[in-house]
Ligand binder design. Structure first.
Ligand code: CA
Length: 195
């Protein structure tokens, strides 16, 4: 049986630290490079992922019982996403003005500096109660079309080999996708693995 693709908040914006918002990408496409470079941190002394205009989720936002199975309530993933031997971090953050939430990554860049990437943003703040992230190990993953949930579109693979640790981004009991580092394009990519 065919299924609908996951509902996500389609458009998102680069540089939440700036008032100059810029529409950059629609993430409804099934196999898309979606990651937007935000800034370079030249110092690595600060090990926390902090983005101006964003905050950590509150206990109230994370109170759902399904999060009890995770020590960090499915808000943080630590792993070496780009395979350089340095641990990176993905974090669920909410906008301080209450207008939404998103996923950010602090990625090591080999020269002891870090880059911050925005992986996704959803403008409905209530949806944060249903969204989480967890680590995905390296391996071969079938895509939603590889599982015959939907037809593969032109250029869309039925499976993909992910070489480093990755980030599974999911809606509780619903859709899931993977964000993984693609060395060839020097960026993160996203692929849907369930629907
Ligand atoms: Ca790394």
């Amino acid at each position: 049986m065919k299924h609908r693709r996951a509902e996500t908040d389609g458009d998102f914006y680069v540089s939440p630290t700036s008032d100059r918002r810029q529409r950059v990408k629609n993430v409804r496409t099934p196999f898309t490079v979606v990651i937007i470079f935000l800034s370079i941190l030249t110092a690595c002394s600060n090990n926390t992922l902090a983005v101006q205009g964003w905050r950590s989720p509150t206990d109230e936002e994370l109170k759902s019982g399904w999060r009890n199975e995770s020590d960090n309530r499915y808000t943080t993933v630590k792993g070496d996403f780009n395979g350089d031997g340095v641990i990176d971090e993905a974090t669920l953050l909410a906008r301080t003005d209450g207008s939404g939430f998103g996923i950010f990554v602090r990625l090591s860049r080999g020269d002891r500096s870090y880059e911050i990437y925005s992986l996704d943003e959803i403008s409905d703040p209530k949806m944060i109660s249903t969204m989480g992230i967890k680590k995905a190990p390296p391996g071969i993953y079938k895509t939603v079309c590889g599982k015959n949930y939907i037809d593969c579109q032109k250029g869309e693979p039925s499976e993909i080999h992910i070489k480093n640790e990755a980030i599974e981004y999911f809606k509780f009991e619903s859709a899931g996708s993977l964000f993984y580092w693609d060395a060839a394009s020097n960026s993160f990519k996203r692929i849907w693995i369930s629907d």
